[in-house]
Design a protein around this ligand. Structure first.
Ligand code: NI
Length: 191
């Protein structure tokens, strides 16, 4: 396994629509080995998720995992999930305000509205179907990663640019209020 370089904002690959892959391509040893590297890179960078175009490979594959993550100590845990060719369908019009960051956007966070509930349809890394609902804060993570497959970065969705902050100023001035909102969300939807 290998830790791959992560594309930073400004790289054209982050602005492309990544392409679907076939089941045969997914099951090829080279793709399986790439998925191992994607997971390794996500864990090494302590990300909550990583999409293939973020490591310079514009295919519709993403990994999500939230354990005890020092970047996001308030996040509900999400077991390792690999989504291939994902389709997200909002289950409600209701949105919540998520403070997001991204491994492709160094030291910047901002508030993004995200749907509170989604249907997630995809293949897993072996081509088996996934069809499940995701609610609450975790739904924001799935939307953020799937956006990458369409060339969208969270900064595009920040509705009030005055919410931009660094990781340090987030901790100093915004984290406490955000964590209160997150707790309310987790209390409603679990996590
Ligand atoms: Ni990202």
């Amino acid at each position: 396994m290998a830790v791959l370089p992560i594309a930073q904002i400004g790289e054209p690959v982050l602005r492309e629509r990544s392409r679907e892959i076939t089941r045969d391509e997914l099951l090829a040893p080279e793709t399986q080995s790439f998925i191992d590297d994607l997971i390794e890179t996500m864990r090494h960078a302590k990300g909550a998720g990583l999409a293939a175009p973020q490591v310079f490979r514009p295919i519709r594959v993403q990994a999500i995992e939230v354990g005890d993550n020092p970047r996001y100590p308030y996040k509900p845990k999400i077991p390792l999930t690999v989504l291939v060719n994902p389709k997200l369908t909002p289950l409600t019009d209701e949105v919540f305000l998520n403070y997001e960051g991204c491994l492709s956007v160094p030291n910047l966070r901002g508030i993004v509205p995200r749907f509170v509930g989604l249907r997630v349809e995809a293949w897993d890394r072996f081509g088996e179907p996934i069809d499940r609902e995701v609610w609450g804060l975790s739904a924001g993570t799935f939307q953020h990663e799937t956006d990458h497959l369409d060339g969208t970065i969270f900064v595009d969705r920040v509705t009030d640019p005055r919410t931009f902050c660094t990781w340090d100023t987030f901790r100093a001035h915004h984290e406490a209020a955000f964590v209160d909102r997150v707790r309310a969300l987790v209390a409603r939807f679990g996590g």
